[in-house]
Design a protein around this ligand. Structure first.
Ligand code: USQ
Length: 406
């Protein structure tokens, strides 16, 4: 298949591009390299040394004889360029990762909120609009998030996208329907993914666009089989307070002797998936496209759930780290249960990589190898969800005063 990977330079996009190229697909990465610009804006860098996208693809060709093509296109801004590219290249499938994906970054300031909404919603809409306009019947696979559901505890498992409901009619009957599970975003970033869902629902119904939406949990780990093939194919690894996600942050913190930064009581339960499983799920989703006219296919792309403080205790045990319980920069439930259905991927053959001490130690080893690249001052999470929360974030986990955040 000819596959366009939008956002193919990112944390999940890059290993996905390698995985699918290795399977023999013709891969075209479309990316505006915004993630690299955001690193510059924030004054941070990936823990692992990353080469330019052109260098990465050159090394891939050298190692495998397979070409990955790169096109510098900003989906949210370059509508005509995108439409022209789709019209001439006519990919069989499109994987859409091209969105600003960090909740804390999206909550940093009014400017970051605007950027996240404008970028994410325009990118998704431009893409759908251009697909229809060019008459392209490609299968669109979108990387969504478990966060659209809001991790609520109602004593029932979260279904895969759709909730069966009974509606009482005026005639006194109960009509059964399946509706999108009520959206309940916890950040501006998560809200954009809820808006994406509605765009998908409309374009599938109105224009018959074939769409799969993957509601993914928190990704952990860094290597996949393909990124391991050469040191210059290494994946990015974020540890800073905006882009670092919880388990990967704990692992790097443990590696450099920094207290593990638990927000609040650590009673938040979240869904997780290993990076290798993430790329496998995308391959499975590609092989199981919906038919034209079918509603959006939604998969829960996660393999297990964990409570944040349990993860901190596990990492502390393996690596001998201290745990710091900090004021929570986010407005979120202090404690929640989370049960999630993921039967669809399991039925299609996913054999999950479970969180295990061996794999955690592997990431700690990567972190130790590159520990000299860590800027400890970028570890604290200082993006406050509300003005009231900002003044509570005045100390880092080592007790040093932090600059006040407004
Ligand atoms: N947390 C800590 N300490 C930290 C970092 C985070 O306790 O140092 C807590 C947060 O307060 C939160 C939980 O860990 O309760 C998860 O935070 P996270 O930064 O690991 O994940 P999140 O902001 O939800 O976002 C990440 C990805 C996003 C994806 C989402 C999947 O950045 O792109 O959509 O995970 S999910 O969480 O399932 O919605």
């Amino acid at each position: 298949m000819k596959i366009a990977v939008l956002g193919g330079d990112g944390f999940v996009g890059w290993p996905t591009s390698l995985h699918l190229s290795n399977e023999g697909h013709d891969i075209h990465i479309l990316d505006n390299l915004s993630r690299r610009w955001i690193d510059t804006e924030l004054g941070v860098q990936s823990l692992t040394p990353m080469d330019s996208i052109q260098e990465r693809t050159r090394i891939w060709y050298q190692e495998t004889g397979r070409r990955i093509h790169f096109h510098l296109i900003d989906l949210a801004r370059d509508y005509d360029l995108l439409k022209g590219w789709l019209a001439s290249e006519r990919p069989d499938a499109i994987i859409h990762f091209a969105e600003q994906r960090a909740a804390p970054y999206s909550m940093k300031s009014d400017r970051h909120k605007n950027y996240t909404v404008n970028n994410n919603v325009s990118a998704t809409h431009n893409l759908l609009n251009a697909m229809v306009e060019t008459g392209l019947d490609a299968h669109l696979v979108h990387l969504g998030t478990m966060g659209v559901y809001g991790y609520s505890t109602v004593g029932a498992a979260i279904p895969e996208g759709y909730l069966p409901v009974g509606i009482d009619t005026m005639a006194g009957e109960t009509v059964k329907q399946e509706i999108l599970y009520p959206a309940n975003p916890g950040s501006i970033y998560h809200m954009t993914k809820c808006l994406d869902q509605l765009l998908f629902q409309f374009y599938a119904k109105n224009d018959g666009v074939r769409i799969t939406d993957l509601h993914q949990g928190i990704v952990w780990g860094t290597h996949t089989d393909q990124t391991r093939r050469h040191v210059q194919l290494v994946n990015r690894f974020d540890y800073d307070g905006d882009y670092g996600t919880v388990l990967n942050r704990f692992l790097i913190q443990a590696a450099i002797g920094y207290p593990l930064t638990v927000h609040g009581t650590g009673g938040q339960t979240r869904a997780f998936i290993h990076i290798q499983d993430s790329v496998r799920c995308i391959e499975i989703a590609l092989k199981n496209a919906p038919r034209r006219g079918e509603r959006v296919k939604i998969f829960n792309q996660m393999t297990e759930t964990h409570r944040v403080r349990d993860l901190a205790e596990l990492v502390a045990k393996i690596a001998g780290a201290k745990v710091a319980y900090l004021p929570n920069p986010r407005k979120e439930a202090a404690e929640n249960e989370l049960v999630v259905q993921n039967e669809q991927f399991m039925a299609l053959g996913l054999d999950p990589i479970r969180l295990a001490e061996g794999l955690l130690s592997e990431v700690v080893d990567v972190a130790k190898k590159y520990a000299y690249r860590v800027d400890r001052s970028r570890i604290p999470a200082v993006s406050a969800w509300t003005r009231d929360i900002a003044p509570t974030l005045d100390r880092d986990p080592e007790g040093k005063a932090l600059k006040s955040v407004s």
